[in-house]
Design a protein around this ligand. Sequence first.
Ligand code: ATP
Ligand code: MG
Length: 420
Amino acid sequence: MELKAIRGFSDILPPATSRWRLLEECARKILEGYGFSEIRVPILEKAELFARSIGEETDIVEKEMYTFEDRNGDCITMRPEATASVVRAYIEHKLYAADPVVKLFSIGPMFRHERPQKGRHRQFHQINVEVFGISHSMIDAEVMAIVMDYLSLVGAGGCQLQINSLGCPRCRLPYKEGLWTFLNKHLSQLCEDCRRRMERNPLRVFDCKVPGCQEIITEAPLISDYLCPPCAEHFAAVRGYLETLEIAYEVNPRMVRGLDYYTKTAFEVVAGGLGAQNAVAAGGRYDHLVAALGGPDIPGIGFAIGMERLLLILPDKPFSPGPSLFIAALGEGPQREALGLSHKLNRARVRTMIDYEGRSLKAQMRRADKFGARYVLIIGEDEQRAGQAILRDMEEKKQEEIPLPSIFEEIVRRMGEGSP
Ligand code: ATP
Ligand code: MG
């Protein structure tokens, strides 16, 4: 039997791993600048956590979770998203005790049993950001500015921000009733799933991908017509702050997001060219989630960026970790010299590679080329005896002789961190 990775689970191979790391490092840098700290939460949680936060009627909980009984008979789920776990940790460790305002981010894999396709995997990765304790609409706009900032910094500046308000439980109740009445009039045209959804949470009909249902939904009443005055004011203020921050956006009144915990602001960042998987990032406010999971009444807002989808829209330019050196050594003595020098150089953060098999100069030069080396240092037995080595600049196609005793300083000067 051939052993292969499970469907929907991918290996991330070099050189792609360098691009992944670059995206992660960039996220850390930006987020730490905005006052966020990293949190790492477990991959496994009690299944109940997600049912109680994401919502029983959602596609995620209903169809997509990896849930199983562990050896103790406990019902366990592989996290399908991070917010629920971060909120659990925020409550469990009373992170609100000193100050309810806490800004956290985490980066890691999520698991959903969906049909694998381009931009949709069963194990995928998110950069996840949460802000607790701020109800002011300024933070909604700022959080969206952070996403857009990050995306343009990594080279995905062409994305579009779509926003909506989902109201609060107070305005959502009459909206759900209005929506139910509308759907009830079109009952015969709805798919079986939607007829069931409609009774438990009519909002979830918006998530349906069946073309017939989508058609009906375009005629459905909109939440914007039902917003209570505080929710409407909040939404108007968020839009105003987005304008202050010069963040372009579009209001999408039919975007409801596939999770029940959102209140007021919801947003998605979409990119062209991804087909149905066009959402690169998504998030929203969750003012009642902390309380719903047993914590104090503290509001929250957050988002997640899908890393696989982000990589799909980034230009495919090769990742360059900086210049590197290849030492081509010919003969036993020079090889020993090369080994010591390469170790010293790598410790000084100069990327250096050597050959181990005593190949011909021609073969070693080919290897240097494959490695993309900017410089090649050639040490032969004659050179070693004369106390010299040849440093060849592969880009400028120039070479010069350098005395062996000063070779380390000479290379660090040219290639070390901080050199041009
Ligand atoms: P979609 O509508 O595409 O299913 P979603 O609304 O289920 O997305 P969220 O739960 O909001 O997605 O997750 C946030 C982001 O995580 C998405 O915008 C997307 O970039 C990414 N994402 C979600 N599910 C997957 C998946 N199965 N494979 C790859 N990326 C995903
Ligand atoms: Mg989904």
